[in-house]
Each structure stands twice: as structure tokens, then as C-alpha cells.
Design a protein around this ligand. Structure first.
Ligand code: FBP
Length: 287
């Protein structure tokens, strides 16, 4: 029911597609880097208003941001409580996340889902897989959906490897096997990181030449479309480039996007225009 609440809400309600506003960047990247480009975004209420005005399916944030808007926005938009977070105050080759909220917090805030980041590629990955196994079991036992941010990074991977097609496909599969209902990954490139995988991609001719083909393959890796795969927006980009990515996700059978910086780092008016264009593409109203 909670998954359905998210799928039915907002401008994309009923289409099977999703647009989610995630605002954990204040924790993940720092407040000035995140909100400095558009200072009204320092205010937690700004993001509730933006997600509502844009007709997003859901708004995802850590505990503090959700608590800061809970009284004024209760029941107005599906919420996803991020239960772990990472900061950039220490330089680490192998990142891990701290647990920053609980399933009880998610219930108290009336959230539809819990969100959790894993870092396939980090030496801490097995601990993170164990954490989400326990948290997902608890969340599902009380009817909450599970959203996994599957971000490949760590000393096992090159920089290019973090978005390599084989690694993103693998990250999507791991999140699906960990029981995610919604899987969030980065848009992959055509780089292949692992030599053993390269042989298979080349010998079997898996189509990964275009962005849309790569999206299709990642969706295939997440149980052939039986799990919802959405793609992260990334750093602030030119509108035309960004919309080309959205068209590729749509053409490749992706389920939508989770767009943070490309929304709240623009002025409210520009963000609403861009988010409106995104929902039009996913709703099939424009090509
Ligand atoms: P963006 O659209 O801003 O990329 O947000 C998506 C997101 O997953 C956030 O939830 C998270 O804070 C951020 O990306 C992580 O980005 P990075 O890969 O730079 O750490």
C-alpha cells in the first residue's frame, strides 16, 4: 500500500513512473555547497513546497529535514526517511554510512518508505548489506517500502568504475537481491570495469552503445523490470543535457528519476519548469 501511495501520487500518479525529490545533500556534501547556489533551499520547508508544487511522487530526506516539516506538511506528500547518511568531513577511500534514523522514526513521521545507501565497492560493503537486511526486515514487517541508493564506490573501483555499465548493473542486482522495492543508481557510461565482465559483454553482444540501451540493461539486471529502477540526477547540469538524459531513461524503460541538485540549486521558478518538463517526458506528453 505504501508503494502504491507513492506510485499514485503527483503528476506521474498512475503512470508507473516516478519523480522523487531527494534532499540529503546538506549532510552528504555540506550545506554551503548544497544550498549556497539557491539560499532559500537552506530552509527545510522550501523542499516540501518544491516537491508539492512540482507534483513529485515523494520527498526523501534525513530525519532532521523531515522532522522540521512534519507539523506543517503532514499527510500532503509521501515521505521517504533516509536511515543512513555520510559526510565529507574526512577523506576516506572506502566510505561507509552512519545509521541516522530508525524504522520507528519513519512510522512516527508517517513515511511510506525507508531509504538506505549501500556502497558496493567499499571495504565496508558487507556491513552495510547486513544493516539493510535487518532494517528492511523490520520496515517490511510494518508495511514500509524499501528504497536502496546503490552507489558503487570505494578502493575496489576506479573513478570511471563508479558509473561503469557492468558495475551499475551489478549494483542494481545487489539492491534487488537485498529486497529493495525501489532501486536508485547513477546513469551508467559504456565503460566496463571488470575484465571478467568485459569478456561476457563482448562475446554475448549485450547492447550498451547508447544511454537508452544501458538503461535497458540496468533494468534487466534488476530482475528484468520486476523492481523499480530510478536514476539519480547528479550535479547541476545544463537543461538541454539533463533533459537528454531523461529522454534516454524513458526510451530505455527506466522508471524515472530522483533529482536533487538539478532541482533545488535552480531558482524555484526554473526548478518547476525543469521538473515539469521531466514529468511531461515520463508521462509521454513530450518526446
Ligand atoms: P542529486 O540529484 O543531487 O544527485 O541527488 C541524488 C543523490 O542520490 C542524493 O540523494 C545524494 O545526496 C547524492 O545523490 C549523492 O551524490 P554523490 O554521488 O555526489 O555523493
Amino acid at each position: 500500500t505504501n508503494l502504491a501511495r507513492m506510485l499514485e501520487h503527483g503528476r506521474l500518479g498512475g503512470t508507473g513512473k516516478m519523480l522523487i525529490l531527494p534532499v540529503d545533500q546538506g549532510f552528504e556534501h555540506g550545506p554551503a555547497r548544497s544550498f549556497g547556489p539557491n539560499p532559500p533551499a537552506y530552509d527545510p520547508h522550501y523542499h516540501f513546497e518544491l516537491a508539492l508544487a512540482a507534483g513529485c511522487n515523494a520527498y526523501a530526506a534525513p530525519l532532521g529535514f523531515l522532522e522540521a516539516g512534519a507539523r506543517d506538511y503532514a499527510g500532503r506528500i509521501p515521505l521517504i526517511l533516509k536511515l543512513n547518511d555520510h559526510d565529507l568531513l574526512a577523506d576516506e577511500e572506502d566510505p561507509e554510512q552512519a545509521i541516522t534514523g530508525s524504522v520507528a522514526d519513519a512510522l512516527r513521521l508517517g513515511a511510506c518508505a525507508i531509504g538506505f545507501t549501500i556502497y558496493p565497492g567499499s571495504t565496508h560493503r558487507n556491513a552495510m548489506y547486513g544493516q539493510i537486511r535487518e532494517i528492511a526486515e523490520e520496515a517490511k514487517s510494518v508495511g514500509l517500502a524499501v528504497v536502496i541508493w546503490s552507489y558503487a564506490r570505494g578502493s575496489a573501483l576506479s573513478k570511471a568504475g563508479e558509473t561503469a555499465i557492468d558495475v551499475i548493473g551489478y549494483a542494481a542486482q545487489i539492491a534487488a537481491q537485498l529486497g529493495a522495492h525501489i532501486i536508485k543508481v547513477k546513469l551508467p557510461t559504456d565503460h566496463i570495469e571488470q575484465p571478467a565482465a568485459r569478456k561476457v559483454y563482448e562475446s554475448t553482444g549485450i547492447a550498451i552503445g547508447t544511454a537508452a540501451e544501458r538503461v535497458r540493461h540496468v533494468v534487466q539486471c534488476a530482475f528484468n523490470g520486476r523492481r523499480i529502477v530510478i536514476f539519480s540526477g547528479g550535479a547541476h547540469a545544463e537543461e538541454a543535457t539533463f533533459l537528454d538524459e531523461i529522454r534516454a531513461i524513458q526510451a530505455g524503460g527506466g522508471f524515472g528519476s530522483i533529482v536533487g541538485r538539478n532541482a533545488f540549486q535552480r531558482s524555484r521558478a526554473d526548478a518547476l519548469t525543469l521538473l515539469g518538463q521531466i514529468t511531461d517526458i515520463y508521462a509521454g506528453k513530450t518526446g
